[in-house]
Design a protein. Structure first.
Lengths: 115, 161
């Protein structure tokens, strides 16, 4: 996936409250599908569907133990998503400061439009 | 002394961003709506280029902003103006190309002048509580709040200097 597609997948995965709750649970340690389904009033297949979306986004990976196949949280895509948001924040940060400068310039005695 | 930037959540679908500028509101409104002026400040962080700034300032008119960085990464957004009261209020829809807000948001910017200063109140309404929380829980709120604190600090330093 190209970076913007990966971000789309990450944000799509994070857009759902159940998937965020699954991630929050996995942040505490790996868990099987049955363990993940327990707190939700949801069938294991329904939870598996959410896990598939999280796995596609690279946010969750499967362990190798044959039967339970515990799921683990993957940190890198989340870090990438927050990096993107950091860039967004920096964007507004710099923009507002520039607007201060522009307004000061437009009101300076040298400006012919406004005093 | 100008009031610090603030971000609040007046309801479960909204974010309110408030900021003071040392200028009369007709000037602040112009900087928000006239492409030659918008191009001067909405340019993004260092290394980003404001490649597209199109504004059709009429009700039903569209705007389109695109920025690119040196790596060729582009970020675009656009929408439609739904209410225009010059120097007083600007209402528009907003949608980022990377739709991380869970659908279109509606932005209402009020320009309130007092004592030669203008307070801008930007109310962003999300399509649902889930959409707003989805954007917030991924770290936007924390990031924005940190940004505003940094900006406050910069203003304080500028005033002190």
């Amino acid at each position: 996936m190209i970076p913007s597609e990966r971000l789309d997948a990450t944000f799509l995965a994070l857009a759902d409250p159940t998937r965020r709750a699954i991630l929050a649970r996995l942040a505490k340690g790996q868990a099987s599908v049955a363990e993940l389904a327990a707190p939700f009033e949801m069938s294991q297949p329904a939870v598996s569907k959410h896990l598939k979306i999280l796995e596609r986004a690279g946010l969750v990976s499967q362990g190798r133990q044959a039967t339970s196949r515990p799921r683990r949280i993957e940190a890198a895509p989340l870090a990438e998503a927050s990096e993107w948001l950091e860039r967004y924040r920096e964007f507004w940060d710099a923009s507002f400061t520039r607007l201060d400068g522009l307004l000061a310039e437009l009101q300076s005695p040298a400006s012919e439009t406004k005093n | 002394m100008s009031a610090p930037l603030s971000i609040t959540m007046p309801s479960d679908r909204e974010i309110l961003i408030t900021r003071d500028f040392k200028a009369p509101r007709d000037l602040v409104f112009a900087c928000w709506t006239q492409p030659p002026l918008v191009r001067r400040w909405l340019t993004g962080p260092d290394g980003w280029e404001f490649t597209t700034c199109e504004i059709d300032l009429k009700v039903g008119g569209r705007y389109r902003f695109v920025w690119k960085n040196l790596d060729g990464v582009s970020m675009g957004m656009g929408g439609t103006y739904t209410e225009i009261a010059p120097a007083d209020r600007l209402v528009s829809t907003e949608l980022f190309d990377e739709d991380w807000t869970g659908g279109e948001t509606v932005s209402t910017v009020d320009f309130v002048e007092e004592g030669g200063k203008t307070r801008t109140l930007n109310r962003v309404v999300y399509s649902s509580k889930e959409a707003r929380d989805g954007a917030l829980k991924t770290g936007m709120a924390e990031g924005m709040e940190a940004g505003y604190r940094r900006l406050d600090q910069m203003f304080a330093e500028r005033v002190a200097g």
